[in-house]
Write a protein that binds this ligand. Structure first.
Ligand SMILES: [Zn+2]
Length: 147
């Protein structure tokens, strides 16, 4: 477990973050054989897939928190609500971006990936209109001092 049995293959696998799902099945043989015989790379593969899932969960949680914050601000209308809302929206957009990055850059299980990409796409489709509808109105009020 402490050492890779074939450092050359081990290095290649490390470069792929131990993901061989993108390689044509007929080319995978050597790497699958290596995973079978090398406990070190097997444990690394497990670790990296764990990190992928963790990042995904983190991005999902973060998106939910910002969305919740946005909802709470809208509901209770505290003072400075506009800037708090913009902050929450900004955080929400960043979370979606993180989500997309993780989904695109990591071989997270395909089911998770599909759900994430669909969710992010829906979120992005929804948001611009929300922002377009709000910003001019809010800014107009702020600028003209009618609020
Ligand atoms: Zn190895």
């Amino acid at each position: 477990m402490a050492k890779c049995t074939d450092p050359v293959i081990g290095k290649i696998l490390a470069g792929w973050r131990y993901d061989i799902s993108g390689i044509a099945p007929e080319m995978r043989g050597d790497y699958e054989a290596h995973f079978a015989e090398c406990a070190f790379c097997r444990s690394r593969q497990k670790l990296h897939r764990g990190i992928d899932i963790g990042l995904m969960a983190l991005a999902t949680a973060s998106t939910a928190v910002f969305l919740l914050a946005f909802g709470i601000i809208r509901h209770f209308h505290p003072s400075h609500a506009f800037w708090l809302e913009m902050g929450a929206l900004g955080g929400f957009l960043l979370s979606i971006l993180l989500w997309l990055l993780v989904a695109v850059a990591t071989p997270a299980p395909l089911v998770v990936k599909d759900v994430a990409l669909t969710g992010a796409r829906m979120g992005l489709e929804k948001l611009p209109e929300e922002i377009r509808d709000r910003i001019p109105e809010e800014l107009r009020v702020k600028i003209s001092g009618e609020g």
